[in-house]
Design a protein around this ligand. Sequence first.
Ligand SMILES: Nc1ncnc2c1ncn2[C@@H]1O[C@H](COP(=O)(O)OP(=O)(O)OP(=O)(O)O)[C@@H](O)[C@H]1O
Ligand SMILES: [Mg+2]
Length: 587
Amino acid sequence: MTEAALQFSNEEKIGRVASVDTSRVAIDVTNSVLLTRIGIGQLIAIRGTTEREYLIAMTERVTRSIREELPEQGEDDDVVAPLITVPTDIIQGVLIGTFRTIEGAKTNTFKRGADSFPQIDRECFVIEGVNLQRFMGILGAGFSEDERLKLGTFVADRSADAIASGDKFFQRHAAILGSTGSGKSWAVALILERAAKLKYPNIIVFDMHGEYAPLANKANGGFADRFRIAGPGDLENPGDDVLFLPYWLLNRDEMLSMILDRSDQNAPNQASRFTLHVRNLKEQTLDAEGKADTKKTFTVDSPIPYDLKELVALLNTDNTAKGIGAKGAPVKGEWEDKLTRFLSRLETKLDDRRYGFMFSPPTPAAKYDWLAIQVLKLLKSDGGSGIKIIDFSEVPADVLPVVTGTLARLLYDVQFWMDGSSRTPVTLLCDEAHLYLPVRDDADAVQKQALGSFERIAKEGRKYGFSLLVVSQRPSDVSRTILSQCNNFLALRLTNETDQGVIKRLMPDSLAGLTSILPLLDTGEALLLGDAVLLPSRIKLDIPKVPPDSATRDFWKEWGSVKPDDTAISSAVECLRSQSRRSKGLS
Ligand SMILES: Nc1ncnc2c1ncn2[C@@H]1O[C@H](COP(=O)(O)OP(=O)(O)OP(=O)(O)O)[C@@H](O)[C@H]1O
Ligand SMILES: [Mg+2]
């Protein structure tokens, strides 16, 4: 028979249960020496209804209260003795699970949730040393071999591996949150590295600063494929790794969010003419391609190529055409002059090279079959190349929401329309999410449109095997709808109180107290919470083999030793002018 994993001696006894309410327990401390060693998040075992069962609690706070007591009555009963004060230490803990030495055929099991209430006066023990090691071992062993995702080690016991369920972690969206420099990007690199070991991983990384480039450097142990959204310098001779998002991929609302001014009194006319012409132009393409079946059911939102110049010409005709009066005399046309502002907004976009990835796609991108080839690049996974990094670092901030939103929607839509039996899971990793997944109230029309796409994924993605991994340094600036759909959190050091508040609200009530350690976490340390782990735990993340390019600079040391490069400064000015990093030979 296997040995019981938890075995306590009298020295490990901390006290007795003093009171219990739904998920919390208060322990009257009898061993004050032990108390000095206890921190927040310490595990306590409370003897259960049988010898084989312990309820496991996690400490949340320790309080000392002073009680006044009558002293023992002396011999002289006539003298009223003064009251004496007795300090009592109370540990408050959250009940998080049940440990059983034997459960049916299994031995040493741990499950979430307390099946029974602890009874008053039951003995409580601190789980540390060998007990802690064995207990942590059990937590990892709870997951089958092929679903284990090793993230690091437990801070409470560095010899025990912190293992999460890879399935559960990705299944229903997760978030990695922490202040700048707390180690989020490294955590991302670590998770990608672990995923890359699988046969067919499928993760698409939205990289805002180009910091994951080393992960795609195969010569240096990299494993990912890397793409870039076309910058103004890529429009002439785009390389294979350059991505375009031609305007015809945008649905009606996305397009209108960019070019329609809703406050214009002619906005409804403009929108309806735009819709009509786009639909007709798409229909013409279908005719030319001989897609009779698609033609029966397509909508104005379907991603079908059309010529933007023709659209502009049609709108121009509307805008200038005269009407014919009762006696054949020309009168003011139905749309005359009503589209002027719409057209000028559209033309401004067409001329803006920053929007080149959308409005100046290369010739092949106007082909009907082009889309399937592009999507395949991003959604395929064949042994080792299932991690795809998309570099958005040259995309201007004001268009970022459109690009991320459109790309996310497109990928999700493809996944949505895929035959259920052939569908394999895909995760979209959104780094620096506060930049394009803002809180709804703060969002403008374009951002709202993009946000809608992500929120839809957050709400329905699970059913179609499509999940989000949201990474942000400002959780309070990230859409609540999206964060509240996340089931797992890797919370790194978080110093700002508003941000801590967000995490606190996302936690079940009983665990909210744990967030008090967030500002105290070391770099690379995290609180892992959610259904991917049996127990909310403080872990030290492993260091990725290939770290991202996000090093914290040593200001003082560098100022003491490295001279700024004059030529680099002037080339940077030229890059700024040309809006391209590559053209001047900088990397
Ligand atoms: N697990 C770790 N162990 C040790 N050091 C780490 C760990 N993770 C990160 N660091 C250190 O912290 C630095 C910053 O990490 P990282 O770039 O991941 O921060 P970040 O949270 O992504 O910041 P930002 O929000 O600004 O992008 C790294 O350069 C590295 O030196
Ligand atoms: Mg980062």
